[in-house]
Design a protein around this ligand. Sequence first.
Ligand code: 6PG
Length: 257
Amino acid sequence: MIPHNTEICVLRDAPTLTQAAAEQVVQHAASAVNSRGKFTVALAGGSSEKSLYTLLASTKFCSRLEWGRIEFYWGDERHVAPDHDESNYRMAYEAMLRPLKIPDVQIHRMEGELPSPQEAASRYESLLRNQLGNSKSPIPQLDLVILGMGLDGHTASLFPGTEAVHETTKLVVAPWVEKFQAFRITMSPGLINNARQVIFLVSGMEKACVVKAVLEGSFQPDELPSQVINPISGQLTWLIDQKAANALSSRKLRYIE
Ligand code: 6PG
């Protein structure tokens, strides 16, 4: 099931994928700054994302972005303090935001340290409405949401079998994830799908089966939550390395060397 506004790009290997993702961030940032004076991006956890943040902060890329005009958000967070090993904020902070000395006012993290994850979710929803709300649209619009996909088909912290996958009212929710025996905090599908651009980064042979199931299998979002990502008017781009794309048969693939 491939939504109409979707581009699937197959990259030679993981480093080429990271490079392509960085080029996309540069391009979307320039276009957002040009049109609206700032660029709002939601970050994710995950290994491909970490490589992307490291590359963006490197001397090769850092001069190509107007860092002072970028506002950083998170698509999801673990229910941990910001200095915890598992914190998605900490990963992005250490890989990109700290090396680039991004001022705190541009960094809008989810408060995973709050005792109540529901409270953290509702506070983040208010923050998003305050920062990005506008009278024309009830749902804030991010310029770019960066997503990874887990082996179980989850994306952000929308996990199989959780009600979060079907959330239609709230912008941010705190699902209980049985397999981790832990709460997560995550943007809802409605919020992600209102973004101007959504990019999935997926690499590695172990993801080949789930990539095929999500993109070419039947629609079963309770098993494969990544299938609910389908931007309303924005563009969806899958950047997949050759190994993860191995089982795909679709003729819609674009190969990039
Ligand atoms: C999280 C992430 C998650 C991640 C995928 C892919 O906090 O768990 O936001 O959605 O992006 O699990 O992670 P890997 O690239 O490490 O497989």
